[in-house]
Design a protein around this ligand. Structure first.
Ligand SMILES: [Zn+2]
Ligand SMILES: [Zn+2]
Length: 467
């Protein structure tokens, strides 16, 4: 067992496991202001009792007697909110990533692709309390086409039969859902859809080029990840210039800059003919079908502005191993190495357009989930979730609306009664205590005074030592 596991066991697992509640089993947070994100205003002067890991009472302070043996936390001037979810992560090294999530109040994560024997083991370790970490929902390997983009964690699918078998094997290995990926053919995609429904697994992920976003939404794909696609007018689409074959040309000539050049040229054509009307129709379809969007803005911003961001002296870089920092550098990134000025300009233009689209979708009632794509270049477990929330606010969300993307919406999406999201009697206590009101200023989510992880109180000093 690794050293950090032992440390976390010694420090955090209560040694008393008797049925009788003892002092370490009851926690009282007094005089605190409760922040629920379901439309209620903040409730000041409240006391929340946590007994054996579950919220057992929520009352006005002084209304009910606090059990004598309860451990007390004085919440005067502080704000209690539900624990945060990062709904799109790829965990690489739990001994680094888990403490960073917890120290940042990210108490639930949705792992969107990883090596199954690792991912499901980590999920089990956290669930059993053997390891200190965020609750995890995981798909294991992604389901991709014949030439998977991430072969180390993908099931490669060429035919509808392959697709059905992939879903069955995911079900067998205990996946919480199926993640569909870019390379799937139409036939394979729809076979996966059918089989997922048959075995009772939700499916989510990318929209492969062989189907439209509308088709994915109508098929019941529960969420769509990353950039949300630019829809040009139908007229443009019908008379679109023939594909230039830049990819093949780049492979033949080994001039790989032709790829970003080609992407920029085609992408600019679509941006020039952006159709707000079609976009609105698509989002109305999403609302009808309950399709969520996870725009993963942090990683999009990181890659779009990589020239600027890679030169910044970000203090969080000290949590990143040297080899990873090296991989992140623009000259070493697969996507960034061959970038050209036209490609960089196109990405900036598309980023602005995506910001606009997000606001259109939001106004029409599409539900969003906060996700970061940690640990892609220039993203930091836990920390980046707070950046993602701020980017929602930058796009035009109110702080409350942004907070919902990491609390209420994930809870509803994950779908069990116990998946955080609110402060209510009966729920497992995954909570964050802040020094300032996040409804007033979204950056206050970073001012974490303590975290309650399944009932365990971790004070600021504990969180600092985790980091
Ligand atoms: Zn993805
Ligand atoms: Zn991802």
């Amino acid at each position: 067992m690794k050293a950090w596991l032992i440390v976390s066991l010694l420090t955090f697992v209560p040694t008393c496991r008797s049925q009788q509640a003892t002092s370490s089993d009851i926690l009282a947070i007094t005089h605190v202001t409760i922040i629920n994100l379901d439309g209620e205003p903040p409730k000041p002067e409240m006391t929340v009792l946590v007994r054996r890991g579950k919220i057992s009472a929520v009352d006005k302070t002084g209304q009910k007697q606090i059990p004598e043996d309860a451990r007390q936390f004085d919440g005067t001037g502080k704000f209690l909110m539900p624990g945060l979810w990062d709904m799109h992560v790829h965990i690489l090294a739990p001994e680094r990533d888990f403490p960073m999530f917890i120290a940042n109040g990210v108490l639930g994560v949705r792992n969107m692709g990883g090596v199954p024997k690792d991912v499901f083991q980590w999920r089990a370790d956290v669930a059993s309390g053997r390891v200190l970490g965020p609750r995890m929902v995981a798909c294991g390997p992604v389901v991709d086409g014949p030439r998977p983009a991430h072969p180390e964690h993908a099931i490669s699918v060429s035919t509808p039969d392959d697709g059905r078998r992939a879903v069955q094997s995911l079900k067998q290995m205990g996946a919480d859902f199926v993640k569909v990926y870019d390379g799937l053919s139409r036939d394979a995609y729809f076979a996966i859809v059918q089989e997922s429904k048959r075995v009772g697994l939700p499916f989510a992920g990318h929209v492969s080029g062989s189907i439209t976003q509308e088709e994915a939404s109508n098929a019941g794909q529960r969420r769509i990840e990353h950039g949300i696609g630019i829809l040009p007018s139908l007229d443009y689409e019908k008379n679109k210039p023939a594909p230039t074959g830049y990819f093949e040309e780049a492979m033949r000539t080994k001039n790989f800059s032709l790829i970003p050049e080609g992407i920029a040229k085609e992408g600019n054509g679509e941006l020039d003919h952006f159709s707000e009307k079609r976009t609105e129709e698509l989002y109305k379809t999403f609302v009808r079908n309950g399709t969520y969007l996870t725009p993963t803005r942090v990683v999009d911003r990181g890659l779009t502005f990589i020239d600027e961001i890679s030169k910044q002296d970000d203090p969080r870089l000290r949590y990143v191993p040297a080899s990873m920092r090296e991989d992140w550098k623009p000259e070493n990134g697969m996507l960034t190495r061959y970038r050209t000025p036209a490609y960089v300009a196109f990405r900036k233009r598309r980023y602005e357009m995506t910001t606009r689209q997000i606001l259109i979708a939001h106004r029409l009632g599409v539900l969003f989930l906060a996700g970061t794509d940690v640990s892609a270049a220039y993203t930091y477990p836990g920390f980046s979730l707070h950046d993602e929330l701020a980017l929602f606010v930058d796009a035009g969300f109110t702080p409350v609306e942004a907070l919902r993307t990491a609390t209420v919406n994930p809870a509803r999406f994950v779908g069990t009664t116990d998946s955080m999201g609110s402060i209510e009697v009966g729920k497992t206590a995954y909570l964050v205590i802040l020094d300032a009101n996040p409804m007033e200023d979204i950056s206050n989510t970073k001012r974490i005074s303590a975290v309650i992880l399944g009932g365990r109180l971790l004070k600021r000093s504990d969180l600092d030592s985790l980091l």
